[in-house]
Design a protein around this ligand. Structure first.
Ligand code: ZN
Length: 178
């Protein structure tokens, strides 16, 4: 059994965050559930609403979406944590929305990123069965952010200008709640 303490959050600048993650093979589903437990542990530990395997240094296409109200995102809707294996966007919808994102791998920073407001996607569930899902609003935002991690991207790659990067302190004191 994997010990979460043997892992840690990989931060911006670490090459493991730049590496596209490998797809999960059917034979590896048991191992994926072990990694999912470690992902969930680190996400809970840091108060995240989502996490992707490259963020714990594991190059596999798995991510968790867990929208819930929390100190970092007080307005987030509540949903039970959902593990997505080999996720793939099928279509984007809604209008483009600009939102300040944070990331466990980019501590102390926020970036204003424009993304579509809804996404239809397919993925494998924990039994390896194909599923389809449409996400809207904040959960769609979480998915698109985490999916970027599977491509070796972070929100820093998505801001249109360096002026769209601020510290968490400035975000809290001057931007949040506007
Ligand atoms: Zn992130």
């Amino acid at each position: 059994m994997l010990d979460p303490a043997d892992f840690g959050i990989v931060e911006l600048g670490d090459p493991r965050l730049r590496q596209p993650a490998r797809p999960v093979a059917a034979a590896d589903l048991g191992q994926v559930l072990e990694y999912a437990r470690v992902l969930q542990w680190w996400m809970d530990q840091r108060g995240g609403v989502g996490i992707a395997a490259p963020q714990i240094g594991v190059s596999l296409q798995i991510l968790i979406i867990a929208s819930r109200p929390n100190p970092r995102y007080p307005d987030a809707p509540l949903m039970s944590p959902t593990l997505l294996i080999n996720p793939e966007p099928l279509a984007y919808g809604g209008h483009q929305v600009a939102l300040w994102e944070g990331c466990l791998s980019v501590p102390g920073m926020r970036g204003r990123v424009t993304r579509p407001d809804s996404v239809a996607l397919r993925y494998l569930d924990t039994a390896g069965a194909p599923q389809e899902l449409t996400l809207e609003g904040f959960p769609a935002r979480i998915f698109l952010h985490e999916y970027d991690h599977l491509q070796g991207l972070t929100f820093v790659d998505r801001v249109q200008s360096v002026r769209d990067l601020v510290t968490e302190k400035v975000y809290r004191e001057q931007i949040a709640g506007d």
